[in-house]
Write a protein that binds this ligand. Sequence first.
Ligand code: C2E
Ligand code: CA
Length: 678
Amino acid sequence: MTDFARRWSHRIAHEGFVPLDGAGLEALLERLAGQLPDAGREVGAALVAAHLTEPSVLSETITLIGDHFEEPTAIQAAVAAGYAQALRQATMAEQEQLSRAVLDAHAGVELALRNSESRLRAIFDNAAVSIGVSTMDGRIVRVNQAFGELLGYTPDEMCALTVPQLSHPTDPPGMWRLYEEMLRGERDHVRLEKAYYRKDGTAVWTDMTSSLIRDEHGAPELTMVMLQDITDRHTLRESLQHQATHDPLTGLPNRTMIAAHLGRIFEHAQRVGLCYLDMDGFKRVNDTLGHQVGDALLVAVAQRLTDCADEPCRIAGRMSGDEFVLAVRDPSGAAEMRALAERALTALTRPYEIGRHRLRVSASIGVVDSDVAATTPAELMKAADLTLYTAKSEGRARYVMYDADRNARQAARYALAADMPDALDRDEFTVVYQPLVSLADERLRGVEALVRWRHPEQGMLSPDSFIPLAEETGVIVALGRHVLQQACAQAAEWARRFPDNRVFMSVNVTVAQAREPAFPAEVAKILADTGLDPRLLVLELTESAIMDADGAPLAALDVLAASGIRIAIDDFGTGYSNLAYLRRLPIHILKLAGPFVDGLRDPGSAGSADEQIVETIIRLAHVLGVKVTAEAVETRPQADRLRHLGCDTGQGYLFARPLPPAAMLPLLHDSGPALTAP
Ligand code: C2E
Ligand code: CA
């Protein structure tokens, strides 16, 4: 017997009434276990066929599947669906039988009523089904033993009650109207599921059939009701319903239920409010402390959110993983939603005691407050989700209110991001080249490759508008490879055409790209394919790419440098600006960020703090054997100051803008002239 089947039969055997002996149960479950995971529906149906219909059997089975299988959700859903369907069919068959029995009994009672008092008594007392008779003005005149037992009264106590006193808050809306139609003789039967209060206040669910008894002239005379106890079935159905609409871990309404709830709000209310929450860094809790702690944390979070949803118009739900929502029907306005979001943030950031751990976590929330006429549930969710994303990118541990303009901008950004892989296939990315000159003689020494997107609708896009997106989506790796490939091919071609004026090619590389394990091999392959001399290639990396947050240097650096490629630190002065690592790492060039160069713009800046910093950096770099390139040189005084301070190379509009390859040719032809007028 498999371990799964043994645990299964063990669990089920403890679930009260089981209509099979131990061996029979084990054999059945062993067989069914063999059908999992593929035949979930059949297994669910087989449980019903074997009369394993105690409500807890299904939940035990579902739980066990959750523990046992890697990807349990689909299996659980199939088993539950098969079970529910089979049960409904079984129930329908049962109801059919009952209704036949009721009609037979009805005929019998009618007969008895007409015939003799003693005959009536006999039928009443012997009937297993609960039967009661009342007059047309609602007085209960006779009930049998079974009826009294069902509701916990003696027959005499029952006869002191009236029919309207048997109402229950869950009675279907039209029920009493049907009853009145029957009293008026307009219908002969009413049949529906109805709950009754027992004498002790608990509820009993019944399949109720009420019939009109007419006198010999056909005029309404009495009504008779027959009840079949269906509480078990009802409870099971409720629990299945609950399982389908609630998250098993936290007990909160799940995505399905929240969607249904929002649907009702949109139908019946004027305004709707939504807080879409995501725990910050939850994955870290899971990864470092384990899933059990993670689960316990989610349960605690759910509890605190439930406490925040303390008014009937508010509901808390779990969307997935560590995402939750608070939905509000008819919020009084944005202020109420702000207050709710603030309250949730405060509640969630209080420390959690979980096992022996004391945890602190924060959350980010996107908040929307809208007129229901202005949106749809799906749009509302999307807006809240996008706003949540803004809260995350603005630094987490905060809430952000929905803003239509920002939302539109973000949606446009997403569209752009989503379009990038196709744009890459359609070859919409081109590379332009900006000259780098030696400051001593202002002659061309190299170029920096800068990517552009020739967007079919939006025209030429600059990298600032799409590189950050490409980094977020990961397309940067493919895009970077494309640029490197084009730039190297271009540089190799120029080197062949202009052997006396070999200029180097400087290519930007982002963190994600540089951290790809295959990056050095890819670079080597591109160099081999294009035939570019590695000594003509410079890779520009930012400080954060060269050094991770813990100060560990990029592993690929040594491999790249060993092949003759030079490494430049891009935008120096905008990151850690830590000169210490220049000594330890194979860095060849330092590119001084624009703002430093900007500080030298004013001819009177000689001796200023900016100038002293630049001078110190240049001197230190030279001591370490590192060359310095100044970015964004726009004016003659800047170039002169930089040369004076010993800066090696310059790049900027003063010398040239980024140029398409054809516009580079005259500059490459003439190995002589300076790029600026003397
Ligand atoms: P960056 O690496 O700092 O590149 C220099 C940027 O400064 C370029 O902008 C260039 O056009 C601009 N620039 C050049 N001279 C001047 C000047 O005199 N004054 C001013 N104000 N700006 C000047 P661009 O081409 O828009 O590129 C922006 C950034 O996009 C680059 O900054 C780089 O970080 C990134 N980038 C560009 N191409 C690529 C690429 O192929 N791959 C990657 N990963 N990033 C790229
Ligand atoms: Ca650069």
